[in-house]
Ligand binder design. Structure first.
Ligand code: ADP
Ligand code: UVW
Ligand code: MG
Length: 393
């Protein structure tokens, strides 16, 4: 009987899953899918390795299925899907691993408890990452589980990139810039040698533009800087998160407007970003299709912040050889990629408009000094690789 590895990846707006069959050193993809738009218009889709649709279900617009409902649906689906294969382990994405968890680890009850302390640092993710781990641990205590962290890949950042200019004692106590989406960047870095050898060896900025959004500077495939910090709020505006704001704004709202911590937390995590600015939606598809002028303002601000962060990361790298777009918006929103690439002309990037519109892998024009690519991310495969490696000892 073949061994299988299941992977769960709870993002802020989606629950993604994959199932792999272990064939010696290889991981053969058997199925992947997701419940997307968990809090707006939940939609489950599962496909086999050839892309054939195995299940396609909608709950109805406006229904908030949430992470708990999605996990229940997914577990039932996976149970039917195993078809005689032996489930050897489950790998999980865990968004925050703090200073301690610099590589994937085997799960036990102590670990789940230790990781709870990061819930306040990743309220949109950590509870949803830990809940299925704890549920499986309760029901199937002997099933090996592995936790893989979004923060680990950025531990190669130089110390200065991990610091805030706050009193130093806070830094040693863990108030530092961690960076996130590390499993996505690690996967992209692992594929880059096949995409472009110069980009893999050189200075590349990867843009992970999903519901959460960040950018990472890679030097020879290692992370040297990221736009996200202590929490997954810093940096770019996101679906519902504000990205970087002057901390003076927060102080003002608390001191002069009487907002408490919970109200501020709700505002910066759930009511800001594309949703807050547009008043229309957190979903880029809806904004691109909207005629509301505020949707256009939200897109303008999104692209403007990307342009500025790109300049910052190119400066951290001392130049730029390549740009990689990934995640929901990066992989699918050609109009956003076009604007970002036009804004990067000063860095030596020339877009191939046709290639971009067709969603080709290379979207920069022939002879462009900076190359640009669209590379679909695969956090689940990265998690499965780590899980397999840990289980193999
Ligand atoms: N065809 C598309 N055009 C524009 N945006 C898209 C498209 N498909 C997905 N997206 C956007 O991708 C985002 C979700 O990205 P994803 O990486 O799946 O998010 P998560 O952070 O939940 O993992 C949503 O904002 C969605 O609007
Ligand atoms: C860290 C983070 O923002 O993750 P996601 O994009 O999946 O919400
Ligand atoms: Mg994601």
């Amino acid at each position: 009987m073949a061994d299988a590895i299941a992977v769960l990846n709870a993002g802020s707006s989606s629950l993604k899953f994959s199932l792999f069959i272990v064939r010696g050193e290889e991981l053969e993809p058997a199925q992947r899918g997701q419940v997307e738009s968990l809090y707006t218009d939940p939609h489950f889709i599962a496909k086999d390795a050839a892309g054939r649709v195995l299940e396609n279900k909608r709950w109805g617009h406006g229904l908030k299925l949430g992470h708990t409902g999605a996990v229940a649906h997914l577990v039932a689906h996976l149970r039917e899907s195993l078809q005689g294969a032996h489930l050897a382990g489950v790998g999980h994405r865990v968004v925050h691993g703090g200073m301690e968890y610099t590589k994937p680890v085997r799960v036990d009850a102590g670990l789940v408890q230790a990781l709870q302390k990061f819930v306040p640092l990743a309220p949109l993710h950590q509870p949803h990452n830990l809940a299925p781990i704890a549920a499986i641990l309760g029901k199937l205590p002997d099933l090996p589980q592995v936790a893989c962290f979004d923060t680990s890949f950025h531990r190669s950042n130089p110390e200065v990139a991990q610091m805030f200019a706050l009193p130093h004692a806070l830094h040693t106590q863990g108030v530092r810039r961690y960076g996130f989406h590390g499993l996505s960047y690690e996967y992209i870095a692992s594929t880059l040698p096949q995409v472009d050898a110069r980009a893999a060896a050189g200075r590349t900025v990867v843009m992970h533009l999903g519901n959460g959004a960040s950018m990472c500077a890679l030097e020879g495939g290692r992370s040297v800087a990221s736009t996200m910090g202590f929490t997954a709020v810093e940096g770019l505006p996101m679906g519902t998160r504000c990205g970087s704001v002057d901390p003076g704004v927060i102080l003002y709202l608390m001191d002069q407007r009487g907002m408490d911590v919970r109200a501020i937390e709700k505002m910066v995590y759930k009511e800001s970003g594309l949703l807050g600015v547009s008043g229309v939606s957190s979903d880029m598809r809806a904004l691109l299709g909207s005629s509301d002028p505020r949707a256009a303002v939200a897109i303008d601000l999104y692209c403007y912040r990307i342009r500025r962060e790109l300049g910052s990361l190119a400066a951290a790298l001392g130049g730029l050889d390549a740009l990689v777009f990934t995640a929901g918006i990066g992989e699918h929103a050609a109009p956003i990629r076009e604007r970002v690439c036009r804004d990067a002309e000063w860095l030596g990037l020339r877009l191939d408009t046709g290639a971009n519109a067709q969603g080709a892998r290379r979207i920069s024009a022939e002879g462009s000094r900076v190359a640009a690519y669209v590379v679909p991310t695969n956090e689940e495969l990265m998690i499965a690789r780590h899980t397999r490696a840990l289980l193999a000892g």
